[in-house]
Design a protein around this ligand. Sequence first.
Ligand code: 13P
Length: 254
Amino acid sequence: MRVQMVLGNWKMHGSLVGNKTLLDGVLAGLAGVDGVTCGVCVPSPYLFQAQFILQGSPVLWGAQNVSQYEKGAYTGEVSVSMLRDLGCSLTLVGHSERRAIYGESDATVAEKFVAAQQAGIKPVLCVGETLDEREKNITNDVVKRQIMAVVEKAGLDAMTNCVLAYEPVWAIGTGKTASPQQAQDVHAFIRALFADKDAELAQNLTILYGGSVKASNAAELFSMPDIDGGLIGGASLDTTEFVSICKAAQPKAA
Ligand code: 13P
């Protein structure tokens, strides 16, 4: 089902003491907020703490990355079954920082997507173009390639049980948000990729926008017809900002 959703991606930030303050604040701030699914993707060492604090609440928690392998000699990696042990309901896969800094290919991202799904953890597939790619007018080609690598590996049906996140690389952490229309155009393109194959699936896909979303620009972005919420980096580390962004994603009737 297409849901309104806001996820925080803390990236490599946090501390035991700071996380508790932030999560307690988010829980309090989101009390009474309806119609939007909120969650946090915390660094792996803090998943246990997130589980402890968020269990039984409506706020989801998940990882920022996961191994494509189930177990074995993969020093430093975290498996899907470990995420399941820690109560994660979702994990990011293919974040642009994983692709750019750690060299994750489309094929690797597709393997991670499948591994997560098979373990009952919803993958949040991140896609997006660099500035250079946008300037070359190949944004849609890049996004299509990134998505189709997953569809080919996982199958079309698998797309009914995932979240997509469009995050233009040039907008991440730069303060340069895509304009609502720029984001909408790519979201509509993504939905259209599926529409000819399965109209219902396309209609029900949750597609988040990420890249310098703040309380001050969230409502305008989320008002676009194909933007179903956000994947929030920097602003998810500030309770007031994050709660405001979650509120901005509430369905208009709520
Ligand atoms: P910022 O919101 O800090 O631009 O980060 C976006 C992001 O990468 C979320 O995954």
